[in-house]
Design a protein around this ligand. Structure first.
Ligand code: PMV
Length: 371
């Protein structure tokens, strides 16, 4: 059921009453494991407070996760502002710490109790360091989930699953747009669309119940073409969409692609699904090449892999498709039913094109987990 009347809601989570009695709160620990996600229809271009220019849909991954532990205790003395110690993989990381502190400060109107606590956050990714995999979706969703759990633990406000997920998704989005989709098991839509029930620009909605069973175990293997840091960040890439002459056509294309891909997610029509997914990947990179200044994030081996994947598909008729995020690495999408053929193809034809042979098998996962 994709068609439901839209109820326009503008979320306002500002709540000055969420303050603790410092003498009554015991120290505690909250840990969440949250996954990354891969967009099938891409979010590229934003406005306002991390609002998308077009709706997007993604698969939630299983293995690419961030674990985030939040230890909290009441501050000894009242003070304004966030008190934070932050460790990434057990080490100080000033850039990440500054980002998290700025994020927590920005959400204080909704979570004013954060300024009454001493926070110690320890975070780490399952995927190896510097593999060129963006971790902002898993990292920011893990933190937002932790803060929502903390609110619920202190005030008993978010017992309803939908209310919890919606709030966690909303605050994940403020950390990193695409992070709002990581909250949901298997697949999620972010951005208002007339064909997706309850869809919204401010948070994502889960669409697991709509998925054809073939997607429950769908593979999304990540082939690392380059581990180098991207020359143009996603933040800069989104900003360049504002002057991109193709932007209006792109936003309409994404709306059309969402309308076309949603039925395939329900009926398991992999050929149409794959065709849209590959068009989306190349459209994203075409937008980068048509930006001012123009830039290219694909590398020669990205193109070589794309060609090999398309040739292999033509020869074998297997439903195996690629997508890309804002970088050179290939995400290879295929159903479990072809794994015995796909794996030798990947290992013989694609892994040799990866930097240091780095290949991270992954698949559609069940979403975040409180540890
Ligand atoms: O969430 P951001 O700002 O890192 O942007 C993500 C953009 C893409 O990964 C290219 C597409 C998407 O929808 O995830």
């Amino acid at each position: 059921m994709f068609h439901v009347e839209q109820i326009p809601i503008i979320m306002d989570y500002t709540n000055p009453q969420l303050l603790i009695d410092r003498s009554a709160v015991e120290p505690g620990i909250i840990t969440w494991r949250s996954p990354s996600n891969i967009a099938l229809v891409k979010y590229w271009g934003k406005h306002g407070q991390q609002l998308p220019r077009n709706p997007s849909v993604s698969f939630t991954l299983n293995n690419a996760v961030t674990d985030t532990m939040i230890e909290y205790a009441p501050k000894d003395q009242p003070s304004e502002g966030i008190s934070l110690d932050f460790l990434f993989h057990g080490e100080q990381n000033e850039a990440f710490a500054a980002k998290i502190e700025a994020y927590l400060t920005s959400i204080l109107p909704a979570f004013p109790f954060l300024k009454q606590l001493k926070l110690s956050i320890k975070s780490g990714n399952s995927f190896p360091h510097s593999t060129g995999i963006a971790s902002s979706a898993s990292a920011m969703s893990a933190i937002a989930l932790g803060i929502c759990t903390l609110e619920h633990r202190l005030f008993d406000t978010l017992g309803d699953d939908l209310a919890f997920d919606t709030k966690a998704s909303y605050f994940s989005r403020l950390g990193s747009g695409s992070a709002c989709r990581s909250i949901f098991s298997r697949a999620a839509v972010w951005g208002k669309s007339s064909i997706v029930a309850d869809s919204h620009d401010e948070y994502a909605v889960g669409i697991e119940s709509e998925l054809h069973p073939v997607f429950n175990s769908f593979h999304d293997d990540i082939l690392i073409v380059s581990k180098s840091e991207k020359k143009v960040s996603s933040r800069a890439g989104h900003a360049l969409m504002e002057g991109n002459p193709y932007a209006p056509a792109r936003y309409q294309q994404a709306i059309n692609h969402l309308e076309q891909i949603m039925p395939t997610l329900r009926n398991g029509d992999l050929e149409t699904f794959g065709n849209i997914v590959e068009k989306e990947a190349l459209a994203l990179h075409a937008l980068m090449m048509a930006s001012n200044p123009p830039y290219v994030l694909m590398r020669p081996n990205t193109l070589e892999m794309i060609e090999r994947i398309q040739d292999y598909r033509a020869e074998t008729k297997h439903p195996i498709y690629f997508t890309l995020d804002a970088g050179p690495n290939i995400h290879l999408l295929y159903p479990e039913s072809i794994i015995h053929d796909a794996r030798p193809f990947i290992e013989e034809q694609l892994v040799p094109l990866c930097q240091d042979q780095t290949y991270l098998p992954d698949w559609v996962g069940e979403g975040p987990e409180e540890m």
